[in-house]
Design a protein around this ligand. Structure first.
Ligand code: ATP
Ligand code: MG
Length: 278
């Protein structure tokens, strides 16, 4: 097995193709079918940062799990670099909202896991882990355990762990939803910096139009029940300037057009609830 190299050797992103993917869940109790998704087709270029935006329950997580190979689609196909996805693989790394760190391992061992699985020696893997911990801005945390970290640090460690496995495609499901607004801002900017250096392909699920406007090359807005692609928005503002104070009005403009699209995507019932409550 190939040994995973260091941060310096850039992992090139893979191109991703989602073709007519549908998913139907069967409810555990009454065995009725829930058509959750599709058909959805998406093409994501190598190195592109794609955000998936849409109302709660529209199937964003379902789609991400299918791309990850953790959930087989009821219909349709997914391919990375034209190779069909048939199950989970290290070439597609997932960062979940709930961090997914192993609590009995130190942060360094958590991050070293991908390189170890790829055949690196313990020493090499630890070295790679330290490089990635440095990359996410927590070089001192290697010897600590996940429970000793703040939520934001755990999330960074989870990002480092996924990046250290050098996936061609990075799948992130609302990774910053559980952290406070200030930490979220720092993590978003760091993620864009890391992405610019690693050239990975990213599919990032979010509820937040502001987050999508800050991060994406392209935003796909999904409609619900069943989830489908409703509209696509390319975001042309250069990433280097998106976090500056001067760019705030332009980012807000993008966010406003995304919000208008999401409002249309929302099911009628929850639109009514939203207008009653606000
Ligand atoms: N295991 C399951 N069994 C039955 N139905 C499910 C299951 N998981 C999800 N669903 C249903 O499938 C639909 C899509 O769910 P999914 O979690 O993909 O939505 P989501 O867009 O990620 O929502 P959120 O923004 O709230 O995270 C929902 O209607 C949900 O209730
Ligand atoms: Mg979800």
């Amino acid at each position: 097995m190939p040994v995973v190299g260091s941060v310096a050797a850039k992992p090139a992103g893979g191109s991703l193709e989602v073709n007519d993917v549908c998913h139907e869940y069967v409810r555990a109790g009454d065995k009725t079918a829930v058509i959750a998704l599709g058909p959805v087709s998406l093409q994501v270029s190598a190195g592109e940062f794609l955000c998936l935006l849409g109302p709660s329950g529209c199937g964003k997580s379902t789609l991400l799990m299918i791309i990850a190979g953790l959930l087989p689609p009821t219909r349709g196909t997914v391919a990375v670099d034209a190779v069909p996805v048939t199950g989970p693989s290290r070439e597609r790394g997932v960062v979940f909202q709930d961090y997914a760190l192993l609590p009995w391992k130190t942060v360094r061992s958590n991050v070293a896991l991908g390189p170890r699985l790829a055949g690196a020696s313990r020493r090499e893997a630890n070295q790679i882990a330290d490089e990635y911990l440095e990359l996410v801005g927590m070089p001192q945390a290697g010897d600590r355990y996940p429970h000793e970290l703040s939520g934001g640090m755990r999330q960074r460690a989870a990002v480092a762990r996924t990046l250290a496995a050098k996936p061609k495609v990075l799948l992130m499901d609302e990774p910053f939803a559980a952290v406070d607004a200030q930490t979220r801002g720092v993590l978003q900017e760091e993620l864009v910096g890391i992405w610019a250096r690693t050239a990975q392909t990213v599919v990032f699920v979010t509820h937040s139009v502001e987050e999508a406007a800050l991060l994406a090359d392209r935003v796909v807005v999904m409609s619900s029940a069943p989830g489908r692609v409703q509209e696509e928005f390319p975001v042309t503002l250069p990433h280097q300037v998106r976090f500056s104070r001067e760019s705030a009005p332009r980012v807000a403009e993008v966010a406003a057009s995304l919000l208008a699209s999401v409002r249309v995507a929302q099911p009628r019932q929850s639109r009514q609830v939203a207008s009653w409550s606000g």
